[in-house]
Design a protein around this ligand. Sequence first.
Ligand SMILES: Cc1ncc(COP(=O)(O)O)c(C=O)c1O
Length: 395
Amino acid sequence: MFDSLPVLPPDSILGLAAACRADPNPNKVDLTLGVYMDETGLCPVFEAVQQAQQALVNEEQTKVYMPPQGDPDYLAGIRALVLGEAGMARLGDRSSAVQTPGGCGAVRLGAEVLFAAAPDATVWVSDPTWPVHIPLMGSVGLHFKTYRYYSPELKGLDFAAMLADLDAASPGDVVLLHGCCHNPSGVDPTQEQWGELADLIAQRGLLPMVDFAYQGMGAGLDEDAAGIRALLERVPEMIIAVSSSKNIGLYRERAGAVLFVGGDARAAEAMASQAISAARRVYSMPPAHGALLAGRVLSSPELRSGWQAELAQICERINGLRGDFRDALTSATGRDFDFIGTEHGMFSFLGLSVEQAQRLREQQSVYILDSSRINVAGLNAHNLSRVVEAVASVL
Ligand SMILES: Cc1ncc(COP(=O)(O)O)c(C=O)c1O
């Protein structure tokens, strides 16, 4: 049966990370993967998570299945984090939540619910978007159109073009938005633009689905949720896919949640029930460990404040690196790299051609994607000047 089954190539980003690992150059730098790295190049475990883990190991008495909807402490914590006090109060019982295997699981279950409700719906995705969105949601059966978003000429958001494209969407179409820290561009709408966007989405009768994988890594926990909260004030229905991989550092534990906002309590319950049923068809129950840890961190005042302080430091470090990198690149090349300082989160397009990105990898052992997307958090005091020299040399 499998004699002629094709062997598929590895995912392109993972393939570049593997090429970097195989590179014998001791001064190589990997800026490809979307993983936070500290000054030593390590993706660290949050102190608060370590404490929660110790307590969990001491207290855990069973490995019986999780409830299909997930861990109640985790879901309550995530809802409060994303929707905020005011959002929770406004929505009352019009919102529901289901725990998922990471943010990917959340996007997937959100897509399953969309497909169950409106199999012919068109999903509008930003150009560009995170490359996994299309296979993750498309394999459910949904179809896509793109709206203009990042402009290489402006080195930023082409907001007028974005609004013009979404103005042409039909009522009932879905708009996939990145809640903050847009991947791959790092370019987010301003608070004012979020308001305009929310007005347009409400007027055109579109359904926002927000991928929210980096809360707290752009400007702060509440600041990064401002776009979602602007939407919540204006639209009756919404789907939000949350990941705890980056902001609680639980990558391999696969912790995430999909939040649903319905027109009434029955609709919110129906959406959650459809998500649980879709999960049952594929993997049954959500994984326990990461969500139990995050549930403890979010529900214990002491662990929570420790986690928030650690996350704020990470956010500050990324923004500090952005400033240092911008300044060093500007003085090494005489070109304008101001955009690096105004973007949010871990990602940025350096504005190099595919050929320049390849030369950077092959001649300088500095690994970036062909699109010239870099992970700013892969920079540190040790490698920053080397990366700057390498970029200057290929420009
Ligand atoms: C935009 C975006 N959405 C969702 C995810 C999903 O993350 P995970 O499934 O690892 O929680 C990621 C991870 O890189 C991402 O960048």
